[in-house]
Design a protein around this ligand. Sequence first.
Ligand code: HEC
Length: 445
Amino acid sequence: MKTYIGALCLVLILFSCKEKQVTFVDDIAPMVYRSCSPCHRPNQIGHFNLLTYEDVKLSSAQSLFTMQQRIMPPWPADPKYRHFVGENILTQNEINLFETWVKTGCALGDSSRIPAIPKFPEGSLLGVPDLRIPIKPIQLKDDYEDQFLLIKVPFEIPQDTFMRAVEFVPGNTEVVHHVNGDMVKFDFTKKKNVFDGDLVSPMKLDSTIKMAYQKIGILQDDGSYPTLSKSVVNYLPGVIAQQYPDGIGGWKLNRKNAFLLADLHYGPSAKNVWDSSYINIFFAKNPPARPFQEFQMGTLGVSPIIPDLIIPPGKISTYTTRYKLPRAISLVTINPHMHLLGKSFKAYALPPDGGDTIPLIHIPKWNFNWQNFYTFEKLLPLKAGTIIVVEGVFDNTANNPFNPYHPPREIRDNMGSMKTTDEMFQFIVTYLPYQQGDENVSLRR
Ligand code: HEC
């Protein structure tokens, strides 16, 4: 009997081993194509390719490490707190599978069944644009310096229309780091020529927003500021431009127009290179049924930071900002923003009737490089009187590898200054006025 059971066990073990053989063809390729290849392919930001069996095998040990440490794929928001559209996260099972694959010698599997490498669209990740607007080409020197530029992108079209999506397409992905872009809504009784000015201004240490706006012709002819539609076009490596379902969002597009790339960040370059990035516009047939509205909390926003954002050297400090909603809204997209001293970020909502806390976002390990815009899976209604609470932790010790100063110095949010080494603590909220039934409206397109 004993030998019989023993033999059965052996058979079972052998059988399950055979069952469990992890192969590139069946297990690894689909996961890598989905979660890694969008960035790790030619002319993308990932520095090396993760496309073929050889690619993945070659970097398998390093890849496993970055997966286990949750460094790759980059997705700073904690999925246990809140899920978002376009979330790129590996499950623990997937990581375990990859680990088994590496430990068992990176088997290829049945090579006749290798899944085809996905076709990534050229020139746009959204489709065929109705309009492509070039951005003034920028020359980068081989000085290994980061550059932060303010750029105006003016254009004229035959008539006023509407648009549903805008996409920034980097020309040179080795150097383009990220962009936050607004749409400028000039008052045409006060602005004759949208093309005037220099178009490009470095965000210098000693210049103010007003000086920079003057230089690139953002101010109107009488010196007044135009209105801005904030965060209309954003780019971050690996993140596909926001597209919302029909009827949600969209903008009116004036005949004469300009985008303001409020912060185009170029990473350090070892070569003299040019970047020719451009913007794709996708028109809409109808005026936006429910145009977006936006507010920001914290720095330059509707709610003060408590205490004031003065971050003492050598310390880890926590700051909070709270905002009570004057009316019922439905949240669409949120964007947490801090600079190099950011350590963690959390936002939640407290309903007025004492109901359960509504988790919004938790970023346990802030990373300046990955400043995503996070779109909720469904519209998220918040009642009038709800208090949004945002907590930011800043690490101004020498242990923070991103600290721009050694030894650390006192850092503040200097209103209107453009020093990138100044701190910011912001929570940007895109929303719609609440309508009945919003809780059931999906934001997946
Ligand atoms: C959003 C774009 C993006 C995605 C998705 C992505 N990577 Fe990366 N990866 C990068 C960038 C950018 C770097 C360079 C990191 C840096 O310079 O800080 C990088 C670096 C790496 C490195 C080198 C790490 C190091 O310390 O230099 C490995 C290994 C890696 N990625 C593996 C992966 C794997 C495996 C996946 C999928 C599970 C993945 N990446 C998904 C953008 C991405």
